[in-house]
Design a protein around this ligand. Sequence first.
Ligand code: ACO
Length: 424
Amino acid sequence: MSNVKLELDGKTIELPVIEGSEGEKAIDITKLRAETGYVTIDSGYGNTGSCTSEITFLDGEKGILRYRGYPIEQLADKSNFVEVAYLLVFGKLPSASELAEFNKLIADNSELPEGVKKIIDSFPSDAHPMGVLSSVTAGLSAFYPELLGAELSASEQTKAIAQLMGQTKTAMGYFFNKTQGKTPKSTDANLDYSTDFLSMMFNKDGEVDADVAKALDVLLILHADHEQNCSTSTVRNVGSSHANVFATISAGIDALWGPLHGGANQAVLEMLEEIQNDGGDYKKFIGKAKDKNDSFRLMGFGHRVYKNFDPRAKIIKKACDVVLEKLDVKDPLLNIAKGLEEEALKDPYFVERKLYPNVDFYSGIIYKALGIPTNMFTGMFVLGRLPGWLAQWKELRESGARIARPRQIYTGATERNYVDQNER
Ligand code: ACO
């Protein structure tokens, strides 16, 4: 691919153009500062590629999402969450024996050390589950000193990955049961990931409805990776300092917590409840979302990269119908959600800004129907996103990337002399 020419201060420099396998193009500015003294500014990183990656491709204009080349629609329809996790982490669909081995590794590493259970026991029952998960994942580092080195062998890396997937699932079930005053149930190695999770959460010994477990599995698949979003970029940033994988994932959890990111699924449900309590007039809230003097935003709408229907939202809507029918739930919030969506999709404000429902718009209704409390919704996102974070961390560490260290343009005071206190 040819270079581009940049003229700065009367000097012309050539910058290479790199092209991805799907035709995406980037100007490589690695040498810009050394050759010109200039840096670039890109608040929110909307134009900045932080890495090359072989994991996930998404085209926000066309509404395309693929993991390792496989369309999300096919994976949601035909695969399962652990197989998708294997695909993301190792780059290929596993053979039957590879998948069985990976499933077993996760199951064998799902129990929490007693010390971690004590940490969870010490949280108040109204603690936000995201704070608990962040503490638990960072806390795991204390119990596995052999996995803290900067250079893990392939088998250590795989063990750490399986462990984080299994133990985070167990921590969710353990904490939830504690908050309900119940005895947490152990993980069952004979159950698939989603059935085991639902069984741990609700103490149903193997009595989890297969269609409901499948719907949850689909939800986890849809959340499994989304290239360089806020939490994944955090994982890469922290991982680039060679911090251990437990600390790195803990940082990803913290970044996901925000309502503009993974926290949106909790915020959507709270918004729907607010509309319901206000009498159910969703059109009034569409008006509030458009009013620039009102800080209200339509949660679950809009996306930094999707300027078309989020392909995941379409699949989730279907899963939502399955779960509500199977569990015989008639949730009035669903009518409010459908009404909001219908209104917004024909309103010029949302049309012009290309604001469509995102992955979180309907997921909360499913979680609610499953009996998961609202403040645990973002924790569900953590379970789904873990394989993506781990795959991106693995790719980063194997690429030998430099430590992430952006520049800035300083706009503060220029040099001035210290003023003694009695002279201020
Ligand atoms: N409701 C009302 N207006 C909105 C919304 C919304 N949900 N989202 C964007 N807009 C408007 C903005 O006010 C802005 O309008 P303007 O051009 O008149 O100033 C325009 O659309 C562009 O919005 P930005 O905030 O610049 O878009 P950005 O890419 O920075 O933000 C984000 C994306 C954070 C997702 C935003 O759309 C939002 O806050 N959505 C609600 C929260 C949400 O659902 N987050 C989950 C995202 S998916 C995920 O992380 C899993």
